[in-house]
Design a binder for this molecule. Structure first.
Ligand code: ADP
Length: 651
């Protein structure tokens, strides 16, 4: 076994590899960019070396910097993780030329699977079923159209150098072929510098089922299949093992084909053979076809670990250090069922837009495996993949595991960035998914339902009241702030990103409060776990600077509110001249008052959008509005007068 290895990666996969190394007594060397100087993987490793700037090309993709770090740290081997340099055969050559071990397959094996056309030809030659299609040197549009017509529409045009779904076009009619071909070729040329394409039969109702393989360079075993059909735009969202509806015959056929694929290229280490399956008539041993082989450890490997009890990173280290495969095919078996959900910082309703932010709060339920590379307080930066964590559950049956997944998502708490948590929790309760009716189109078909706002209005109202109560920070104690003769009313103004939430609240008894907003009154009671609104279980609130995050129950995610900055509010109010000014340049979003209106101290007067935030400008004192100098939509300079209160004597 190695004494010390370098991990040429970051985030959760680096942490994942370090965890196994620790258990095996292998010392770890982390590398990091400027953006990751204080990242979790750096803190977790035994040693850490800086390798460059935040852009991947300047650090995690810089082979020279990584090799220099490995030499400086005295590492014997390099684990590439996934992504970055993990499937780059030149890097493998360079690692070996430096006298180090690459923890993964040979450069030749990676090259054999690098281009889709060559890989398909090689697989077909050893008897692995490949998707029916046409490939060849002639890239003449008429010739390709003829090939498509011979196959029968619909067809899929695929860039031979493709990856990440790029350079791929489905074509349903001959008339659309020429334009689809032109755009696929242009995209492939731009992304891969290679415009060549192949044509495949488009599989209707496709399922993505992949087989985990493990080789020693000569022989290989498989560790059964994973179903990764729950995808959005060809990206996996929830993965599971084994595949729902899998039959022993089909599993044996797929496993044998995957082992043949791995052995045909002398595969060493962990790899995945991806198949596309036609699920229109159930799972049948004659309806699966090779798509591609990923010559690395995959993101979703934990579900395989959960059902086999194998630590795949341990196997990688053992085989790379010269040990034989730890188990034979006969010694491998499946126990129970496992799911993995990928928690991302992303805005699902906005089209799965990647998000960033500082994670003010992050907590996973104690009884699940959560693979993560970030801690509370860490930032999801724009430089890297916005994955926050993988949540992995295991149960004796698929139904038991799925209900554990739903519960685990309900109990996961994250605040500080938009996330897909609520979307995942809904997906985990999707009836079709629960019934095992998965295909790659499920999410797209039901996207509306999976992202619709939660209809349970009462919960949202309670969450807003909870935020108001947290913002007011009412003093506790038997008599504090509570006066029988005239309750002390606290005005609170928050913003939830949609607009201002203007509320008033007061204690009706010690530790009981009434909260008014939007013409409603909600009653709350304070207990050891916080404020219970209208008898609901208290929702935890995380304060983070001027933001308040209310953690909703049952996987509904987090509601974030912004408190107007008290300093800005003071600046806006001025020294008591009754003129309310813009504290900074911005856009007047709303004006809450009209001339002649009586206002109380703390009442919102106007809302200013500035520096990507909303600032609620409030009255410094009781009074009457004398003048409103702006309309909603006006762009104003810092210091511009917005609202004027009548002089105090006249109030
Ligand atoms: P890439 O290398 O760009 O990721 P793949 O060949 O792995 O491309 O295919 C990505 C996804 O596209 C698959 O997971 C599947 O959902 C879909 N797909 C690929 N080939 C076909 C096909 N012949 N018919 C239908 N869908 C396909």
């Amino acid at each position: 076994m190695f004494r010390r290895i370098l991990i040429a990666n970051r985030g959760e996969i680096a942490c994942r590899i370090i965890a196994t190394c620790r258990r095996l007594g292998v010392e770890t060397v982390a590398v990091h960019s400027d953006a990751d100087a204080r990242a979790a993987h750096v803190a977790m490793a035994d040693h850490a070396l800086w390798i460059g700037g935040p852009a991947p090309a300047d650090s995690y993709l810089d082979a020279r910097a990584i090799l220099a770090a490995a030499r400086a740290a005295g590492a014997q081997a390099i684990h590439p993780g996934y992504g970055f340099l993990s499937e780059n055969p030149e890097f493998v050559d360079q690692v070996q030329a430096a006298g180090l071990v690459f923890i993964g397959p040979s450069a030749a094996a990676i090259r054999a699977m690098g281009l889709k056309d060559a890989a398909k030809a090689r697989m077909a030659a050893v008897g692995v079923p490949v998707v029916p299609g046409w490939q060849g040197d002639s890239q003449d549009p008429d010739h390709l159209l003829g090939a498509a017509e011979a196959l029968g529409f619909p067809v899929l045009i695929k860039a031979v150098a493709g990856g990440g779904g790029k350079g791929m076009r489905r074509v349903d009619r001959p008339a659309d072929f020429a334009s689809a071909l032109a755009s696929a070729r242009a995209e492939a040329q731009g992304a891969f510098g290679n415009p060549a394409v192949l044509i495949e039969k488009y599989i209707e109702c496709p399922r993505h089922i992949e087989v985990q393989v493990f080789g020693d360079g000569t022989r290989a075993v498989h560790l059964f299949e994973r179903d990764c059909s729950l995808q959005r735009r060809h990206q996996k969202v929830i993965e599971e093992a084994p595949a729902p509806g899998m039959t022993p015959e089909m599993r044996a056929a797929m496993g044998a084909a995957a082992v043949r694929a791995a052995e045909a290229i002398g595969y060493s280490g962990a790899g995945t053979v991806e198949f596309i399956v036609d699920a229109s008539r159930g799972l049948r041993p004659d309806a699966f076809w090779f798509m591609e082989m990923n010559t690395r450890l995959q993101v979703e490997h934990p579900v395989t670990e959960a059902i086999t009890g194998v630590d795949l990173v341990e196997w990688q280290l053992r085989v790379a250090s010269g040990e034989p495969l730890p188990l034979t095919q006969d010694q491998l078996s499946i126990t129970g069922h496992a799911f993995e959900a990928r928690l991302y910082a992303e805005d699902v309703p906005a089209g799965f837009l990647p998000a960033t932010g500082r994670l003010a709060h992050l907590r996973f339920p104690p009884d699940v495996r959560a693979d993560t590379g970030v801690r509370p307080g860490d930032t999801i930066s724009p430089w890297y993949d916005p994955m926050i964590a993988k949540i992995i559950v295991h149960g004796p049956t698929r139904a038991a595991a799925l209900s554990r997944l739903a519960r685990a998502l309900d109990q996961t708490e994250v605040a500080g960035s938009v996330t897909n948590l609520a979307f995942l929790a809904r997906l985990a309760r999707h009836p079709g998914f629960a019934a095992g009716q998965v295909d790659t189109g499920l999410i797209a078909r039901d996207l509306g339902q999976l992202t619709a706002p939660d209809p349970e209005d009462a919960l949202w109202l309670a969450a807003r009241a909870t935020a108001v109560l947290a913002a007011a920070d009412l003093p506790a104690g038997p008599l504090a702030g509570f006066a029988l003769w005239s309750p002390l009313v606290h005005p609170v103004v928050l913003s939830d990103g949609q607009g201002p939430l203007q509320a008033r609240l007061w204690l009706t008894a010690p530790d009981r409060a009434a909260v008014d907003f939007d013409g409603l009154r909600l009653l709350a009671e304070r207990g050891p776990a916080g404020w219970s609104v209208e008898g609901r279980r208290p929702m935890p609130v995380v304060a983070d600077g001027d933001r308040l995050h209310v953690l909703l129950p049952e996987g509904r995610g987090t509601l974030t509110f912004t408190r107007p900055d008290p300093l800005l509010r003071m600046a806006a109010q001025g020294p008591g001249d009754g003129v309310v000014r813009a504290p900074m340049p911005g856009l007047v979003r709303a004006v809450a008052v009209a001339p002649g209106q009586t206002v109380a101290a703390g009442d919102p007067l106007a809302v200013l959008d500035a520096m990507k935030m909303e600032h609620v400008l409030t009255a410094a004192r009781d009074g009457v509005v004398a003048e409103v100098l702006v309309d909603p939509g006006a762009q104003v300079e810092a210091g511009a007068a917005l609202v004027v209160l009548a002089p105090e004597a006249a109030a």
